[in-house]
Design a protein around this ligand. Structure first.
Ligand code: ADP
Length: 444
């Protein structure tokens, strides 16, 4: 405002001067010259006033939010207003683009499956995505500017953060919720800034543990018959045997070899199930011939020791892989025979459901299974009674195969059992994979 008063004063003075000159001019000679001078002074005064008003309008616009257009005056002030406005608009556009780029960049990091946490030189949280917030139990807004070691206190993480330039491998430690494992990698950048990348490796660790257990189990299962075989071979090489002894040893060697063959065959079946695409949903397998095959195997395995009943479902077809379905039913019925004492009853049935789905049931009156074992039965090599399983030729992989086959056919394996009374295993096939007689089932 300090420029406004002098300019107004100058305008008023110019007008006074013009008036005074006009007054003098009316009383002296050479009136025309004086009148011209007076008119000029008044013109200068008016121009100064107009100029002041335009400058004032521009200043007022600059003081405001500049959302409106700058005053479009003619001349010097108009040009100045236009140029100032253009540079302001260009700067605003640049800022908007920068903001958009930053937002896009942050949403890309936000979409990352890994946690991203940025720390400043004082190890205070600058920013984190929601995955990192979840991993470390942070609140992205509330915990901003908090020192990270006050919130994430795992000794492994704190020690890693204190390392010089964070050399070496990522560190793993239990997540703050205590229900999994985090792997964290630190990288230094900029002026003392730190990038923290986190990954939930709970599943990976679980799978790794399962893989280790699996390899240990397979090795153990193969080593046992191999040790027996090696012992017999050594005996036969060193000790002269009678014909009866030789026959007995050969019989036992054959048993152990079969055991290994069955194990390798089950392992191959599992590997195939895991490594191949899901069975086609339009390849229809008639159920009756499958059950007939399983029935004759079951009767051979039972050797007449059990009452075996098969209710053949005429005209029922299941969409899937014949060999897989055969293997699954074979395993269930084989188990029923093996875990049912002499005189027991084994029944295999097909029950169509009202919604079009179908249930294949295998029921026995055998030894049954205690409730606590049920959730783990389908794990590989899980056995309720190891010696009984091995004695009857079990590999511990049968139910694992059944569960895989069921899953691959969109079906569910359900198990009910009571110790001492018997068990019921059911595979519930979804309606889309079941064709009953009279539904116009296509040829296999
Ligand atoms: P296995 O080769 O040992 O039979 P499975 O995977 O087929 O392996 O079965 C896992 C375990 O479940 C068996 O060791 C056995 O203890 C139990 N089991 C399976 N079927 C039956 C059944 N019909 N009756 C009682 N127990 C069973």
């Amino acid at each position: 405002m300090n420029w406004l008063l002098p300019r107004l004063a100058a305008g008023v003075l110019a007008m006074l001067a013009g008036g005074f000159l006009g007054y003098v001019a009316s009383n002296v000679e050479h009136t025309v010259v004086w009148r011209v001078l007076a008119g000029g002074a008044i013109g200068v005064a008016l121009a100064a006033l107009l100029d002041t008003a335009r400058g004032y309008r521009l200043i007022e616009w600059l003081r405001g939010s500049q959302e409106q257009q700058a005053p479009r005056d003619a001349g010097f002030w108009g040009e100045l207003g236009y140029r100032v406005e253009r540079s302001i608009r260009l700067r605003e556009q640049g800022l908007a683009q920068e903001r958009l780029r930053l937002e896009q960049f942050l949403s890309a990091i936000e979409a990352s499956p890994n946690g991203v946490l940025i720390l400043d030189a004082a190890e205070q949280i600058v920013w984190c995505n929601s995955v990192a917030a979840d991993h470390f139990g942070l609140d992205p807004q509330r915990d901003r500017r908090q020192r990270v070691t006050n919130l994430v206190r795992s000794p492994a993480f704190v020690a890693y953060l204190q390392q010089e330039r964070f050399a070496g491998e990522p560190v793993s430690f239990p997540n703050p919720r205590g229900d999994g494992t985090l792997s964290v990698l630190l990288r230094a950048y900029g002026e003392g800034m730190t990038l923290v990348l986190s990954q939930d490796i709970t599943d990976r660790e679980r799978q790794e543990a399962m893989r280790r257990d699996f390899v240990a189990n397979v090795s153990h299962e193969i080593r046992t018959p191999l040790t027996v075989l090696a012992g017999f071979i050594e005996t036969m090489g060193n000790v002269p045997l009678t014909e009866v002894e030789r026959r007995r040893v050969l019989e036992l060697m054959t048993q152990q070899t079969r055991r290994m063959q069955t194990l390798v065959s089950d392992l191959l079946t599992l590997a195939q199930l895991e490594g191949s695409p899901r069975p086609a949903a339009d390849r229809w397998v008639p159920l009756a011939p499958l059950l007939a095959q399983v029935e004759s195997d079951a009767r051979a395995l039972s050797g007449g020791r059990h009452v075996i009943e098969f209710a053949a479902p005429n005209g029922v077809e299941i969409a899937g892989a014949q060999s897989e379905l055969l293997s699954a039913i074979h395993n269930l019925v084989g188990n029923a025979v093996r875990y049912t004492p002499e005189g027991g009853r084994i029944a295999v049935s097909w029950q169509p459901q009202a919604d079009g789905s179908g249930v294949l049931g295998v029921t026995d009156t055998g030894v049954g299974i205690a409730r606590e074992h049920l959730p783990r039965l389908t794990e590989r090599f899980y056995r309720v009674d190891g010696s009984r399983s091995r004695d009857t030729g079990g590999t511990g992989l049968g139910l694992s195969i059944v569960k895989h086959v069921a899953q691959r056919h969109g079906a569910e394996l359900q198990i009910d059992s009571e110790p001492g009374k018997g068990s019921r295993f059911r595979i519930v096939f979804p309606a889309v994979r079941v064709h009953a007689a009279g539904e116009g089932a296509s040829a296999p």
